[in-house]
Design a protein around this ligand. Structure first.
Ligand code: F6R
Length: 609
């Protein structure tokens, strides 16, 4: 999510920090900051906005010194502002820290530190770490870092700096990337290779739980227990552009592969440790509040609308409140029946889509309570809505949305379970079972991502067809819509998604010999009916690629090829079935030579009506 850099050496730190942050700005750009030890104290400079604002702020008076750290932020806790920008310091200014990730137990730690007299300047989760360093410091920098790490839960890459031990930086990581660049008389730290590639190609890639103490002429790596680790030097042979994409050919592919982490980040801090409940601290709803609604509207555009359709299913099925899901550009012109007994949920990755923003404003004007589900902290939609739940997917750069969709599904599922818990519409045992299954999803997405070879083959064989159909029923139909949108937007193949039972009411006329039909069949209650619809297209000589759960032994008898995804609850399976469809779209686009990350006629954030 955020970008991190660090420098210890014989040269000036600031030029490297700014140069490295420039290379990482694509990862987050709502504020930036640096901290440099000037021989007496640590000078911290930070600024909200793009990196250029920080550069302008310090122009002509750049911090001077040979040890420093820097950060470019993608906000999660606390909106973009000078105060929330990293680096963060303790009360004395002796300990400075930059962080990428989420500290899940920061609230409890913060309350404890406040009781002990610490004064917090920001709304971030990160600041607790700097104050913990101050509180726990025992004269040994490294031992104190270990002590702090033993008390925090979450995902992170962290770099620590101390005025009392100014010759070194200490860094560590858990579920977030961190690399150490090895120079001559200088060493570097970065959350991503592009930041260091112009200075060195010799690196150590840090693994989870490893702690590195970095001086200008040494790098000392140990495990959590303090036992030394001998690292192998990894020589980077990518060019700068490939390095930005983490070695992937396109941002879209990188983002598809980031889904296990994005999904885990979005859910983990919001599930009770004993799996008994979803904990949405940002909402604090109660039964009276939920019972005051006779209807919920979900409003969004494009992929976010498709996530809304799944959300409608979840809320109706689990929390038993009627939901209407609508396309934002239609919603406000159809005079929807909205009053103060309605809740309007808008979903938007960017938080800036004008149609969605306008729909939100209209719902508010008519008296509806409003909730935004968005990926961008401090975005227009986040500011306009009464309440916000953030997806913690990190920046999505490719125009075709992938990890935003899966994290939106996660949020909608957690929201429905949260409501079900409050309204007692589900037995506790079922909530427990579903949360257990939810926790397995990141690993199951990883497993699905490994099975890519057959998809590449289908993309090569069928990628030159001009028409493709997607069919499914119930939740499978919602995923079919998303798969079809993905395919058309980046490969320019004409793709249509149909509710499988609706084909015979007209569309079947288009099914001719050899036309590819992608049929999703994962929902038990409509499984037999879906099979009948598959037989209808097979009878017209379509080529059918079925998508099924791993334990399905039936579908393969009726289709030409089957792609299987790991077994889970049928409510959660859209999180898995969408993955091969994303990959199919990606590889079809590659087959046809289209510009995957910037498809023709489209833009990432649509701010016109
Ligand atoms: C498709 C895609 C678009 C967006 C839509 C809404 O891959 O990315 O359909 O989903 O433009 O954008 P947000 O979610 O930013 O409101």
């Amino acid at each position: 999510m955020c970008g991190i850099v660090g420098y210890v050496g014989d040269g000036q730190a600031t030029p490297f920090l700014l140069e490295g942050l420039t290379k990482l700005e694509y990862r987050g750009y709502d504020s930036a900051g640096i901290a440099v030890y000037d021989g007496k104290s640590i000078r911290v400079e930070k600024s909200v906005g793009r990196l250029v604002s920080l550069k302008e702020k310090i122009a002509g008076n750049e911090p001077s010194g040979m040890v420093g750290i820097g950060h470019t932020r993608w906000a999660t806790h606390g909106r973009p502002s000078d105060l929330n920008a990293h680096p963060h310091t303790d009360c004395t200014g002796d300990f400075v820290v930059v962080h990428n990730g989420i500290i899940e137990n920061y609230m409890a730690l913060k309350e404890d530190l406040i009781k002990k007299g610490h004064v917090f300047k920001s709304e971030t989760d990160t600041e607790v770490i700097a104050h913990m360093m101050e509180e726990l410091y025992n004269g040994d920098f490294e031992a104190t870092v270990r002590d702090v790490l033993n008390r925090i839960d979450g995902s992170y890459s962290l770099v620590f700096m101390s005025r009392r031990d100014p010759d070194r930086l200490i860094c560590t990581k858990q579920d977030n990337p961190l690399v150490i660049g090895l120079g001559e008389g200088e060493n570097f730290i970065a959350s991503d290779i592009p930041a260091i590639i112009s200075r060195t190609r010799r690196t150590y890639i840090l693994n989870d739980g490893e702690i590195a103490v970095i001086r200008k002429d040494s790098v000392w790596v140990t495990n959590r227990e303090g036992e030394p680790i001998t690292k192998k030097v990894f020589e980077v042979n990518w060019n700068a552009e490939a390095a930005e994409k983490g070695g992937y050919e396109h941002f879209m592919l990188k983002e598809i592969h980031e889904q296990p982490k994005a999904v885990r980040d979005t859910m983990s801090a919001r599930l009770a440790k004993d799996d008994s409940a979803v904990v949405l601290d940002e909402l604090k709803w109660n039964e009276d509040f939920l019972n005051s609604f006779h209807k919920i509207f979900i409003v969004a555009c494009g992929t976010a609308y498709h996530a809304g359709l799944v959300g409608k299913y979840y809320i109706e099925r689990l929390a038993r409140i009627p939901v209407e899901c609508d396309i934002a550009s239609e919603f406000r012109y159809r005079s929807p029946i909205i009053d103060d007994c309605t809740l309007t949920i808008v979903i938007s990755q960017s938080g800036e889509t004008i149609d969605t923003l306008a729909a939100l404003k209209e719902a508010k004007r008519l008296g509806s309570k409003t909730l935004a589900v968005t990926n961008v902290v401090g975005s227009s939609i986040a500011r306009e809505a009464d309440q916000v739940i953030y997806t913690w997917a990190g920046p999505e750069i490719a125009v075709a949305s992938t990890k935003a969709y899966t994290t939106q599904l996660i949020v909608m599922f957690m929201l429905a379970l949260y409501m079900a818990g409050i309204r007692r519409t589900l037995p506790a045992a079922r909530i427990h079972e579903l949360i257990g299954k939810l926790r397995q999803i990141p690993a199951q997405i990883s497993e699905t991502l490994e099975d890519v070879e057959p998809i590449k083959t289908f993309a090569k064989v069928y990628g030159f067809n001009e028409d493709v159909f997607f069919i499914g029923r119930s939740l499978d139909y919602d995923v079919a819509l998303e798969g079809s949108l993905k395919l058309k937007e980046i490969s320019y193949i004409h793709a249509e998604a149909y509710a499988a039972g609706e084909l015979k009411h007209g569309t079947l006329a288009l099914i001719v010999e050899g036309i590819p039909v992608i049929a999703l069949a994962t929902q038990k209650s409509v499984y037999e009916k879906t099979l009948s619809n598959i037989k209808e297209v097979k009878a017209r000589d379509a080529v059918v690629i079925g998508i099924a759960a791993a334990n399905d032994t039936e579908l393969e008898k009726y289709v030409d090829h089957v792609i299987k995804v790991p077994e889970t609850d049928e409510l959660l399976i859209p999180l898995l079935t969408v993955v091969p469809l994303q990959l199919l779209a990606y590889y079809a686009a590659i087959t046809r030579g289209s510009d995957v990350d910037k498809p023709r006629n489209l833009a990432k954030s649509v701010t016109v009506e």
